[in-house]
Design a protein around this ligand. Structure first.
Ligand SMILES: [Zn+2]
Length: 179
């Protein structure tokens, strides 16, 4: 992951804050924050998403009880780097869980910004085919394979966490094979 790569979770997080938090001109404001003048509306979905992501990372980093804890960076693009530092002393399983949180948030940031193409490069955890897509109606990641269905005959669906966990597990296996 290079610093100039705008597809990293950190870059997407910063982009969401910088470009997507305020509605475009002419868009109906969904919410006016109480601590801001009424002329500065922010988009509820993005705002809540950012707050939830930051809270999750900060709570998990604090729970890790780093030997030398540092305060979280003010700039959002430093949040995940700080999270990794604060959890570097944890065992492999917990570091893997942390990596999954970061990866999951990265997928969520992208889909929230309308980039649903980030889903397709992941194989379906059930059938291993490459037809996963984000369904806005179902608010879920759905498998396009018509043979990949649940007991009720409905398409298999996944959460961002399912896809992130599977991705990080594959990554860990790949690293193990390479060493
Ligand atoms: Zn499937």
């Amino acid at each position: 992951m290079s610093a100039g790569d705008d597809s990293t979770p950190a870059a997407r997080l910063a982009l969401l804050q910088a470009e997507y938090l305020r509605p475009r001109k002419g868009a109906a404001p969904e919410r006016t924050a109480t601590n801001q003048p009424p002329s500065a509306p922010i988009r509820l979905g993005v705002y809540d998403h950012l707050e939830a992501c930051i809270s999750e990372v900060v709570a998990d980093a604090r729970a890790a009880k780093a030997p030398e804890p540092t305060p979280r960076p003010r700039q959002l693009d430093g949040l995940y780097g700080w999270y990794i530092e604060q959890t570097a002393h944890l065992d492999a399983g917990r570091r893997q869980a942390r990596d999954s949180v970061i990866y999951r948030q990265g997928l969520e940031h992208a889909v929230l910004m309308g980039d649903t193409s980030v889903i397709r490069p992941h194989p379906c955890p059930a059938c291993a085919t490459w037809g996963l897509f984000w369904s806005k109606e179902m608010q879920a990641i759905v498998c396009a394979n018509r043979h990949c269905v649940d007991e009720d005959g409905l398409s298999t669906r996944w959460t961002f966490a399912d896809i992130a966990d599977a991705h990080i597990r594959r990554q860990v296996r790949a690293v193990r094979r390479a060493t």
